[in-house]
Structures are given as structure tokens and as C-alpha cells.
Design a protein around this ligand. Structure first.
Ligand code: HEM
Length: 128
């Protein structure tokens, strides 16, 4: 999710800009997550980042209800991926779906890695 639109509920000033009740604003979570005044080396993937108050799951009353589930899934996915393919890296520009709206939907993600033996090959086939 790159960001979400909101309607301003009262007149307010935000970083020197005057906002009026009823204005539509776009909250760009993805840009906030790359704010160099908030994150050291914001463009680097750092799985051990500790000061990490990112906005990927939004903020406030509508903050993502599934954030802890999503974190658990990502932890398993990244751990298993790096365990199987420790040298995996993105090998070409990422191609995105053109019609996915605010979602950063990936159409093609070419990766490169050294081939390794498949796990489980040679195990007897499961039969019911
Ligand atoms: C990487 C994965 C995910 C990301 C980046 C993400 C991101 C977000 C964001 C930005 C919002 C805020 C929407 C808003 O402000 O209107 C949201 C809301 C929500 N998310 Fe997620 N989400 C993820 C995974 C999940 C999962 C796995 C579930 C459920 C199992 C889930 C359930 C929800 C629900 C129910 C809301 C609405 C909360 C509300 O409006 O009160 N999300 N999510």
C-alpha cells in the first residue's frame, strides 16, 4: 500500500500548509517510510532496524488489524527464503501491475540465486 486518501475533519495547519475541513488529502505511507529525518539510510533493507516506527500498517483508529499476523507471516517467509536461498537477490527491474491502484502489486520480480539441492527430493511420495 503506497498511501490512502483521507478527508480533513477540521481546519488545521500541517507543516506550514493550511488544511480546511472537507479537503481531501493523500497520506503517502510509503514516502513517510523513506523519510531520511526519521530513518537512517531509509532506502536500505535492514532487517535489524531498531528505531523503526514505520507507517506500513497506517496509524490511528484504522491501523491494520492484521499487522501482527502479517509480521508473523513475513518472519516465516523471509526466514525460510534466506535459509533455502541465502544469496537470493533482485536481478532486474521490478515490473508492477498497472491497475492495482495504491497497492504496490508486483507483476514480475526476477531474482538470481545459486542452485541448491531441493529439500525433500528422494523422500517417499505421500499416499492417502
Ligand atoms: C503486509 C501486510 C499488510 C499491510 C501492509 C497492511 C496494511 C494496512 C493498512 C495501511 C491499513 C489501514 C487502512 C486505513 O487506514 O484505512 C490496514 C487496515 C486493515 N488491515 Fe491490513 N495490512 C496487511 C495485512 C493484513 C492482514 C494479514 C490482515 C488480516 C488477517 C489485515 C487486516 C486489516 C483490517 C481488518 C484493516 C482495517 C482496520 C480498520 O479499518 O479498523 N491486514 N492494513
Amino acid at each position: 500500500m503506497q498511501g490512502l486518501a483521507r478527508v480533513v475533519t477540521r481546519d488545521a495547519e500541517f507543516h506550514g500548509r493550511q488544511l480546511k475541513k472537507g479537503d481531501r488529502v493523500m497520506l503517502m505511507f510509503a514516502a513517510a517510510n523513506r523519510d531520511p529525518s526519521a530513518f537512517e539510510c531509509p532506502h536500505d533493507i535492514d532487517l535489524d532496524r531498531s528505531a523503526n516506527r514505520h507507517r506500513a500498517f497506517a496509524l490511528g483508529v484504522h491501523r491494520c488489524l492484521g499487522s501482527n499476523f502479517a509480521r508473523a507471516m513475513f518472519r516465516v517467509m523471509i526466514t525460510e527464503l534466506l535459509r533455502r536461498l541465502p544469496d537470493v537477490h533482485v536481478a532486474a527491474p521490478i515490473e508492477r501491475l498497472a491497475d492495482a491502484g495504491d497497492v504496490y502489486a508486483v507483476k514480475h520480480l526476477p531474482v538470481r540465486f545459486a542452485p541448491r539441492p531441493r529439500e525433500g527430493v528422494g523422500m517417499p511420495a505421500h499416499s492417502d
